[in-house]
Design a binder for this molecule. Structure first.
Ligand code: ISL
Ligand code: CA
Length: 568
């Protein structure tokens, strides 16, 4: 983005210009994206075959979920070899080809590094567990088992975060599955090995890293018990270890020193008032943070809770104000760990699915922060109609089922009714490319995971053929964002926080003011002019028949209509 709209971008308000602040990022879960060799599993050649489709959205970078060798206990978030491509995904040549094909389209590639834990099949852990005197024993976190569980830390995937190991009778720590032992970042050898892994991928030309649960890497090695309050949400304690900022500064200084690499920290458990400590430019730690306050606004553990639009809006304002001028947020409503946005925050009934999916993407692409679009979100893909526990793949669901249903605390029906709304598996069903067999995802008889039966209506081929589809609206939104500096660097002001149905905000940069108004309701709503007034020019609406002018105060926003106005 150079000089546009007469604003010399060099004069931007306080924060620095960066490519990743101006970029729109598309997240790919390779397992479910496209299968090129008919084994029913998505792969890197499949991703490469869809680059024109991805480029057509106008995105600038791809975040590729873990592509490394893994036993897939947690679908790749259990890495067995950081320098090897998962066999089912293809070869290192396939990775190199994807990288160069993407870059020839002006698309950067960001890879997903899981550094808080490895697979229990990683050679480091195989060595570490072999005996108390093994040179790599201290690469992981072991505690004497003679007195039972070292403390009451819970795992996110059910049960205790401590697993007793037969070889020595000691316990090792795992915040997630027992097949995902936590690394001991207090050992400088671990950190040095990790920085080498980062340089290996940076030397290949990746643009940076999404860093999985990175705030968890420092532990209070005294391991005091969690209090009852802390036990309700252990992630807030796990993300606040004593050396976390020291390690992130060292990682930036020693791991990434000579590279212009973006670091996107997944900040599960970092509250808004601590977020800036990780991403303020003057702290030289991470570049941006993926926070969970929006997507988990209506969540109590695995249960769905109610939410209101004012509460939803308040979170956006809180994240924007606490990250401050020198920090930067990731803005998203969908990813591989959350239900589909249009089912979660939109209205996935046939009448309103497309309008509400376009409205939600208008929100994502006009907030202050880097927008992330998750594969299928650009099609308005919906949650899956799970009926039975066997319909699920996710290890997290299996752990919660054991902790709640098998333990007799909750009925199977109640559990499924909740997980149908909250499960991560909703976002992991294969991409829907066309209305042919397996939605065009795979030529295999049985793909690795079920395909949503609504693929006959919701698929890329149909979307590309329909000028009013979600796909084409994303193209218009990314083009508008690219040509409107206020939508990237402008201040964010919520103009009507209390309105129960309208989300109305301004983005202001010097003398440019853009107003975004989104109707979250099935009823028309009138939009009153903002105090600052000014004749509005309609830049974009998601309503097909909207004329090209808009009169503030006289016009009513249609159900799920989202308009972007420029105020002089
Ligand atoms: O439901 C969750 C926690 O109970 C998820 O939000 C998720 O486990 C958490 O956000 C951390 O996510 C990341 O680390 C996990 C992996 O399963 C997720 O897919 C990844 O995004 C462990 O590596
Ligand atoms: Ca395949």
């Amino acid at each position: 983005m150079t000089e546009t709209n007469g604003i010399a971008l060099g004069q931007l308000n306080t924060c620095q210009r960066r490519w990743w602040k101006e970029a729109v990022i598309y997240q790919i879960y390779p397992l479910s994206f496209a299968d090129s060799n008919g084994d029913g599993i998505g792969d890197l050649r499949g991703v490469a075959s869809k680059l024109d489709y991805i480029a057509g959205l106008g995105v600038d970078a791809i975040w590729l979920c873990p592509h490394f060798d893994s036993p897939n206990v947690d679908n790749g978030y259990d890495i067995r070899d950081y320098r090897k491509v998962l066999q089912e995904f293809g070869t290192m040549d396939d990775f190199d080809r994807l990288l160069s094909e993407a870059s020839s389209r002006g698309i950067r590639l960001i890879v997903d590094l899981v550094l808080n834990h490895t697979s229990d099949q990683h050679e480091w852990f195989v060595s570490s567990r072999s005996g108390r005197n093994d040179p790599k024993r201290n690469y992981y976190i072991w505690r004497d088992g003679s007195a039972g569980l070292p403390n009451n830390y819970p795992s996110f995937f059910g049960g205790s975060a401590w697993q007793r190991d037969d070889a020595t009778g000691d316990y090792y720590l795992h915040y997630f599955a027992k097949e995902q032992p936590d690394l001991n970042w207090d050992d400088p050898r671990v950190r040095a090995d990790i920085y080498e892994i980062m340089r290996f991928w940076l030397d290949k030309g990746v643009a940076g890293f999404r860093l999985d649960v990175i705030p968890f890497v420092s532990k209070d090695q005294a391991f005091p018990n969690l209090t009852p309050k802390q036990l309700k949400a252990p992630e807030f304690t796990y993300s606040d270890g004593p050396q976390v900022h020291e390690y992130l500064r060292e990682m930036k200084r020693e791991g990434l020193a000579n590279y212009d690499a973006v670091t996107i920290g997944e900040a599960y458990g970092v509250p808004p008032d601590r977020a800036h400590l990780f991403v303020n430019e003057d702290r030289n730690e991470l570049d941006m943070l993926i926070s969970f306050d929006v997507v988990r606004l209506d969540r109590i553990g695995w249960r769905k809770a109610d939410w209101t639009l004012p509460a939803f809006k308040a979170v956006f304002s809180q994240l924007d104000s606490t990250i401050g001028k020198l920090g930067w947020n990731a803005v998203f409503l969908s990813n591989h760990d959350n239900p589909r946005a249009v089912s979660h925050f939109g209205d996935d009934t046939p009448e309103f699915r497309v309008m509400s999916a376009k409205a939600l993407l208008t929100l994502v692409l006009t907030q202050r922060g880097t927008p992330f679009i998750y594969q299928g979100e650009e099609l308005g893909m919906t949650n899956f109609p799970f009926q039975h526990i066997d319909d699920f793949d996710d290890i997290e669901v299996k752990g919660q089922w054991a902790d709640n249903v098998l333990a007799g605390k909750v009925s199977a029906a109640e559990f499924i009714a909740q997980l149908r709304q909250t499960s991560r598996d909703n976002a992991r069903t294969p991409m829907q490319w066309n209305d042919g067999p397996n939605a065009g995802f795979s030529t295999a008889r049985t793909p690795w995971f079920s395909i949503n039966p609504n693929y006959t209506v919701i698929n890329a081929e149909a979307a590309i053929a329909d000028e009013h589809s979600v796909y084409h609206h994303v193209r218009r939104l990314t083009a508008l964002r690219r040509s409107t500096p206020a939508l990237v660097y402008g201040d964010y002001i919520d103009l009507d926080p209390a309105h129960p149905n309208l989300f109305v905000y301004a983005r202001v940069l010097k003398n440019e003011m853009v107003l975004v108004a989104i109707n979250f309701d099935r009823q028309p709503q009138s939009l009153k002019p903002p105090a600052s007034g000014g004749n509005p020019t309609l830049l974009l609406s998601n309503l097909p028949m909207r004329r090209d002018e808009f009169w503030l105060g006289d016009e009513k926003l249609a159900p799920w209509e989202a308009v972007i106005l420029k105020l002089s």
